[in-house]
Design a binder for this molecule. Sequence first.
Ligand SMILES: [Zn+2]
Length: 244
Amino acid sequence: MMAAGRFHPQSVSVSFEQGKWWISVEGVAAVFHPQRHSPKGRHTKSAGLDMGVRTLAVVADTDGDVLHVVKAVRSLQNAEQQLKRANQTLSRTKKGSNGRKRARARLTRIHARIANLRADVLHKASHWAATNLCRLTIEDLNVEGMKQLRALAKTVSDAGMAELRQQLTYKAGWYGLELVIADRWFASTKTCSGCSNVKAEMCLSERTYECHLCGLIIDRDVNAAINLARWPDNTMITPLAAAA
Ligand SMILES: [Zn+2]
């Protein structure tokens, strides 16, 4: 941007934090993100994003087509394993020793790496959604409440649901995506995307949605994403190929 004359720096500061050098540049910039509000080349149907249990996120449209899947990231899982070991190493060192200093520095580096890896995958997902869709509905998740459920704790922290939602919110503004937050009480997981029947219970361990009314068998997260895509007008049910 500087080479193109679109950014004029006024001050630069250099700092050393968490084992890394940081350079902050302050100045005046032209619009960072060229407005791409045109719907050209975008998926025209309403889409829904389910921040899943099995995958990080699934995007599907009102027709039941899966448009995008954000998988859990292997490097992130590996880094979390490293974190566990680094914590154990730290607990075995003596207070004030050089060994403890080294172990602590290593822990800090791994924490920073995990934060970077997570931010990277979430930014890619939110950028894809903001630039490829016209209308996206997401769930109004009670993330704090979910964190209290032990079974989900890891998945939720991995997924960084709150972070993804925040990114989607500001990127929607940049790129002209219509972002819709579904009602907190909308049962996107328990509703059948084939016949709109609502199940009384759906365990966290049930990875597949099976409808006893219409016989639909579908991935849990895909089912939820389709329901979100159709929200609030869930009477707009079209027969799914999967149900045939
Ligand atoms: Zn059904």
